[in-house]
Structures are given as C-alpha cells and as structure tokens.
Design a protein around this ligand. Structure first.
Ligand code: DUC
Ligand code: ZN
Ligand code: ZN
Length: 473
C-alpha cells in the first residue's frame, strides 16, 4: 500500500518546510517535492494544513485500579481518545503487585493487547524493592521496558525509602534504564492529612493544602542529588511547582543528567479550582498550585528546562452514579463522588490524553508562548528521544513509522466533553475556544481518525519494545 500526503507544511522540532510524504507499508519512504507524480494507491491533500509527527504521551494510567474503583479509560477507550487528539503512541505504567515483575507485566499486556488501538509501551513501577526484585530488573530490558518509576510519597503503598531509590538508580545506570520520579514528601503529607481529618477539614481544597509545594521541591532536589551520586539519568514526572523548575534548572546548569515533564493541568489551573462546587474534578496528585507556579512552568518549557509535556491521564467520572453512553453502550464507573464527604476518598486523577495537543497548540503556539517547533519537540520528538523510541516515533523522516497528524491551524471550535473522546462525564477545558485541531491522524500509514470519524480498531495498536540508554537532552 502506497499513500502520498501532498502539499502540506511539515513541522519538525527544528524546521518548517513544504513537502510531500510518500508512505509505503506503514513507514515513511520518501519526503520531497512533487511526489504526487508517483503512482500510488491514495493521495491525501494537505494543502494549507500542517503535517506533524504523531504525539507521544509518555504518562498514562489506563484501567488502573485505585481508590476502590478503576480509572475509567481502558487501553481501548484511552487509545481512541489519544488518537482523536493527535497522539499515536502512549507509555502506560505497570503497577507492581508483588515480587514477580514478569507476572505484573504479563498481566498488563494481557489486558492491553486485545484493546490497543495505537502503539504503546510500558514503564515499570518499582514500589516494592528487595534483592529478588533487584535481580529481576535487568531482565526488563529484553522485554522492551527501559524505564522505572519510583515514588517519594504514598507512604504505605507506593513509596520506596531513599536507600532503595538510590539502589534502583544504580541498577538503572548499569543497564540503561531511565528512572522516573514522583516527587512529593510522603512523611509530611501523612501528618498534614491526619491533622486535616481530625480537624474536620474534609473539603476538596484540603487535598492541595495537605500536599505542599515545598515537599515537591525538596523531593525533586533529593532526586537530583541521587542522580548526581549515582551518575544515573533522572526524569521528574508531572512537575507542578515553581521551585521544582528552579531546582531542575540548577541541576541542569551543573551538567547533571536530569530532565523534566509537566502536564497541561499544571499550566492552567490553580488551587482556586478546588473551591468550586465541582472542585473534585481537579483532584490529582500532585495538586494544582498557584498562578506563579503556572508561569514558572511555562517559562521552564520556553527556556528548555522542561523537555516534555505529558498528561498523567488517569480519568474518573465526576458522577459515577450516572451512566454515559460510550459507543452505544451505557457505562458507569464509580468516580469522584466516592469522596463527596471526605477529600481523602476522592479518586486522584484527571482526564487529559486527548486534550494535550489541541489545548497546548491554542494556548502555547496560538498565544505566542512557544513556537510550532517547540510544540513538536515537547509533545513528540523529545519524549521519543528520552524514552528510547526515536527515530521510530516522534519524527517525520524516511524510515520512521508513518505516525502523522494533519493539523488544521485555522480550525476553530468550542472544546469540551463533546469533542474529547475520553470515557468520562466531564472535561477540564469545557467551553474553551480553540484554534487549531487535528483533521486526520495516521498510525503506521493507516488513517485512524478522519475528521469526526473513528477508523481505528481494538487490537491494531502494537506493543513497542523500547531501547535502553535513551537520550539525555
Ligand atoms: N497521580 C494521580 O493523580 N493519579 C494517578 C497517579 C498519580 O501519580
Ligand atoms: Zn506520579
Ligand atoms: Zn502518573
């Protein structure tokens, strides 16, 4: 099968140029001028449109059991929502349930393989650590899992002691894993939550008050110091506080191998959001901060201190007592209402995988905060380089997978739950006016989104084995 995307303007992380793209057997075969003369099966007209590499979201939680429920997008509905928003590759986190890492990975593969509609990989959470687990970690490279997530919070469940994080990073250094850090101070959170509950402070804003920014800043600094002492690269996930960006800049100025990710919610929203009657929609960990934090994060992206915009997509229904219709089936999954009377019971997490590109384009490129090249860098090329997917993913060049988004920079719409395809009952950006949106999305040469039409299928997404020793940028 041969296809030509003709007449569009290709945007890469560094350039912008008008050219045609020849796609053959799912890969980009050629880029050049006047390729439409070649005899092909299909010609796609991209005149007056932009042509971008498919987005790479390296931070999703599909079908994740937590808070007595489960995140409401699974590996099909989440992939479909991602595709509608221009994302063609995701990396999801495998929770560790015991001492057998392979068992957890096989379980996650078993549920994702038949559902996957875009390409995907896995990170491995390391939340239980002992010699047995340490001995199994190197074997993950052969499975194509080359990143490990560790936590300095969630004391009784996910957190590792500092000594164990240090040991994990030593293993990571030796075998070429990237360590990803969830940075908050678990001890202080425990005390503050206990005090809030005792005082009867149970409304949603207390979720933020009990997870202070200082804890995040301190934990980022701790992580950077571990990176310095182990000489292992470190990636800080979901950066949310100004001080974290300052610390990351400090580490990078010293030449350390430290990188960072933020997510759209931390660029736009503040703790004020939690005071609304529907404030629980914005509950996630780490929490929303202040406008100063929003501004410093934007600056971090602009100046290159932050390399990636991911999502931490982990949606729940706002009102899981009522069903929604999803692909003609009524579905309801317990959600934020579980914590109506007590913020500690609100499932932590937000929808976002489909919102990322459209929101960042309008608010970032449209408002002159970042260039179209920076947009491509932080949403596709950088994550692909850092996580061992490049140049298969994250770039439009001969030999790469033909994961391509045809983007209409002039398309205007009022965004919200009707546009986003997440399997939940709300959208954080309801009513936002957007300019710029995907019109066609290709996965390995197949058009899976055509305007409002879904042409993808469960089971067509491929598990991608990633390379160790990803780039440090
Ligand atoms: N934070 C959330 O809010 N949800 C899932 C995981 C995480 O780190
Ligand atoms: Zn996290
Ligand atoms: Zn997460």
């Amino acid at each position: 099968m041969k296809t030509i995307i003709c007449g569009g303007t290709i945007i890469s992380a560094s350039d912008e140029y008008k050219a045609d793209i020849l796609i053959e057997d799912g890969k980009i075969a050629q880029i050049g001028i006047d390729l439409s003369k070649i005899d092909v099966d299909e010609i796609i007209d991209a005149n007056e449109k932009l042509v971008l590499p498919g987005g790479v979201d390296v931070h999703t939680h599909f079908d994740l059991p937590m808070f007595n429920t489960v995140s409401s997008d699974d590996h099909y509905s989440g992939h479909k929502a991602a595709a509608f928003g221009g994302t063609t590759t995701v990396i999801d986190f495998v929770p560790q349930t015991g001492n057998d890492l392979k068992k957890d990975i096989d379980g996650w593969l078993k549920k994702s393989e038949p559902k996957a509609a875009i390409d995907y990989g896995f990170h491995m959470n390391i939340s239980i650590f002992n010699q047995d687990v340490a001995d199994q970690i190197p074997g993950l490279i052969d499975l194509g899992i080359t990143s490990l997530k560790v936590f300095t919070a969630y004391n009784s469940t996910l957190r590792l002691p500092d000594a164990d994080i240090f040991k994990v990073m030593r293993i990571a250094k030796k075998y070429g894993f990237l360590t990803m850090l969830h940075a908050e101070n678990g001890d202080i959170i425990e005390i503050l939550v206990q005090e809030a509950v005792t005082a009867g402070n149970l409304t949603p804003e207390w979720h933020a008050h009990t997870r202070p920014a200082w804890g995040a800043v301190e934990a980022v600094t701790r992580g950077i110091s571990f990176s310095a002492q182990t000489e292992a690269p470190l990636y800080i996930v979901h950066m949310n506080a100004a001080g974290e960006v300052d610390q990351l800049a400090y580490g990078r100025d010293l030449g350390l191998q430290v990188m960072g990710e933020t997510c759209p919610q931390y660029l736009f929203f503040t703790v004020e959001q939690l005071l609304r009657p529907d404030g629980s929609k914005w509950i996630c960990s780490p929490p929303m901060r202040s406008e100063e934090d929003n501004q410093r994060l934007w600056l971090g992206i602009m100046e290159g201190t932050i390399q990636v915009v991911g999502t931490d997509h982990c949606p729940f229904f706002f009102d899981g007592s009522k069903s929604i219709t999803y692909e003609e089936i009524d579905i309801k999954i317990p959600g934020k209402e579980l914590g109506k009377e007590d913020f500690t019971k609100i499932p932590n997490g937000l929808p976002g995988v489909g919102d990322r590109l459209p929101i960042l384009w309008t608010e970032g490129v449209g408002k002159g905060r970042i260039t179209p090249n920076q947009f491509v860098a932080v949403t596709a090329t950088n994550p692909a380089k850092i996580f061992g997917l490049y140049p298969k993913k994250g770039v439009i060049q001969p030999g790469s997978d033909a994961d391509i988004v045809i983007w209409d920079p002039n398309k205007r719409l009022t965004y919200g739950v009707e546009w986003s395809k997440h399997r939940t009952d709300y959208n954080l950006y309801e009513g936002w006016e957007l300019e710029g949106y995907p019109v066609k999305v290709f996965l390995r040469g197949k058009c899976i989104v055509d305007g409002k039409k879904w042409q993808g299928n469960a089971g067509e997404g491929k598990f991608i084995k990633r390379m160790p020793f990803g780039q440090v940028i």
